[in-house]
Design a protein around this ligand. Structure first.
Ligand code: OAD
Length: 232
């Protein structure tokens, strides 16, 4: 589907909410589409504190597999269009549910990571965090202090990173337009941001619960449609 022209101007204040779908064309599976992680695994086992503490090695093996797959992936045209958009408009905030870091790699600067970052490791004993993109061979990994490390992502039932939701809410409320790309919008509080926006442009090959209320609901992939928004 072709995006309508004239939606973005140099004076526009833009907020963007992204989900796993924007990384699909980089070869990273989503969670709930065909072949998505939660069609093959129980999220309770892999993405909750209870699952982690009942079998840290099992959970870490899954995260390390994802880390290696993501390390081999490159940002796609959708990630790149968002990095370019940031340079062209008056205000820009990218709010992502993704933990893969591909928005950073594409060059986006003002990024709020609602669900953390898969490259961050956090010590369960001393609380220290470090970014580590290396291959982790002994799983689970341990901190120098002797504590076990966990992935720096947000699991179901956990708080979002401090201040992240407040900053995201402020950016959406201040924006003329919210672009919602590649998310099924089923996970809260992230999905709740959509109801706070004045104008919503949704980009998704499938309809979501928010499609009928979106100002523009564009059926297509993010790598196809996000670059079109730059063409005005
Ligand atoms: P989902 O897997 O729930 O949804 C992915 C969405 O992307 C679906 O609506 C697809 O139709 C759409 N999609 C697929 N390919 C696409 C493409 N090429 N371009 C655009 N859209 C495409 O992923 P999220 O909504 O991100 O949380 O899931 C939200 C959270 O649930 C994740 O952050 C994760 C997960 O459990 C945690 O791990 C805490």
């Amino acid at each position: 589907m072709q995006a309508p022209t004239g939606l973005l101007k140099p004076s526009s204040k833009v907020a963007v909410l992204t989900g796993a779908g924007v990384s699909a064309e980089s070869g990273i599976p989503t969670f709930r589409s065909n072949g998505g992680y939660w069609n093959q695994h129980r999220f309770e086992d892999l993405a909750t504190p209870e699952g982690f503490f009942s079998d840290p090695k099992f959970v870490w093996i899954w995260y390390e597999e994802r880390r290696r797959a993501i390390a081999a992936a490159r940002p796609n045209a959708g990630h790149e269009a968002l990095a370019e958009m940031e340079k062209r408009v008056a205000a820009f905030t990218l709010i992502t549910q993704n933990v893969d870091g591909l928005h950073d790699l594409a060059g986006s600067k003002n990024v709020i990571k609602l669900h953390g970052d898969i490259w961050t490791l956090r010590c369960l004993k001393c609380g220290r965090e470090r970014v580590d993109r290396s291959e982790l061979n002994d799983l689970p990994p341990f901190c120098a202090c002797g504590g076990m490390l966990r992935p720096g992502v947000v699991w179901f039932g956990e708080m979002l990173p401090e201040g992240a939701m407040e900053r995201a809410t402020a950016a959406v409320r201040a924006a003329d337009v919210l672009i919602v790309a590649g998310t099924s919008a089923q996970v809260y509080p992230a999905a709740g941001l959509i109801t706070m926006a004045r104008t919503v442009i949704e980009i998704n090959p499938e309809a979501t619960a928010f499609s009928d209320d979106a100002t523009y609901s564009l059926r297509g992939t993010s790598a196809e449609i996000l670059p079109q928004l730059l063409l005005d």
